[in-house]
Ligand binder design. Structure first.
Ligand SMILES: NC(=O)c1ccc[n+]([C@@H]2O[C@H](COP(=O)([O-])OP(=O)(O)OC[C@H]3O[C@@H](n4cnc5c(N)ncnc54)[C@H](OP(=O)(O)O)[C@@H]3O)[C@@H](O)[C@H]2O)c1
Length: 208
């Protein structure tokens, strides 16, 4: 598969790239700071650009089979429109290219998953994370109503631990108050989901 990864300079995105390369995919990355990629730049096609620009995303999407996004705001709790603008850019770019498959990383507690979060988790989601979650929710509404073959991925708290392969993933998963999943496991899942038609038009809540 020819796979475009958005957010490849972030910890989860980087692991998605690693998983794709290990499985023999041809990988392209769109990065606004390509210099951060280091030696990885020699193993992937690098497109310098911004994920909120539809022309930059279209350049990166050209010739790809699927796109996987692990875009994020790092430690910031302010979205600054990243997710809505990037989703808009991806959907516009998809109309101009052959890409119809999209695997998009969200967060547990966004959208419908809020309803089955623990009450204490909901407090966090509706206060500290309110801005970022609202922007994510809006971006996902746009993706859901698009013609793309999407998968929306909702991980619980991310860790830097190793991939264990023992995670639970489904459209709805019973989640404990303290729930975690490693970025490595999420990356493996997101990469596999891009290859698996059974995950099309589904939410994937992923946790330990
Ligand atoms: N932390 C948690 O417990 C948790 C739990 C569930 C879900 N999540 C979600 O998981 C996702 C990934 O998180 P993470 O910690 O692995 O990564 P992260 O540190 O948030 O990395 C974000 C990536 O997005 C890129 N990016 C941001 N804005 C961009 C733009 N305008 N154009 C191009 N690239 C842009 C960054 O590039 P630069 O290197 O240029 O900044 C970086 O590669 C996020 O959406 C986060 O909300 C987090």
């Amino acid at each position: 598969m020819k796979l475009l990864v958005l957010g490849a300079t972030g910890p989860t995105g980087r692991l998605i790239v690693d998983a794709a390369l290990q499985c023999g995919d041809t990988v392209a990355v769109l990065a606004r700071r390509p210099e951060v990629l280091g030696s990885l730049a020699g193993l992937v096609r690098v497109i310098a650009g911004d994920a909120t620009s539809s022309s930059d995303v279209a350049r990166a999407m050209t010739g790809q089979d699927a796109a996987v996004s692990a875009l994020g705001r790092g430690r910031s709790v302010r979205a600054r429109g990243l997710f809505t603008q990037a989703a808009d850019a991806v959907l516009k770019a998809a109309e101009r290219t052959s890409v119809s498959r999209l695997v998009w990383m969200s967060s547990f507690g966004v959208g419908d998953t809020y309803a089955f979060a623990h009450p204490l988790q909901r407090v966090m989601y509706s206060t500290v994370l309110r801005d970022i979650y609202a922007d994510k929710k809006k971006s996902e509404e746009a993706i859901r109503s698009s013609g793309l073959a999407w998968t929306l991925v909702y991980p619980t708290t991310l860790t830097h631990g190793p991939a264990r392969g023992t995670y639970r993933v489904d459209d709805r998963v019973k989640v404990k108050l303290v729930s975690r999943v490693s970025r490595a496991d999420v990356a493996q899942f997101m990469h596999q989901a891009a290859h698996r038609p059974e995950w099309i038009h589904r939410d994937a809540v992923i946790t330990d």
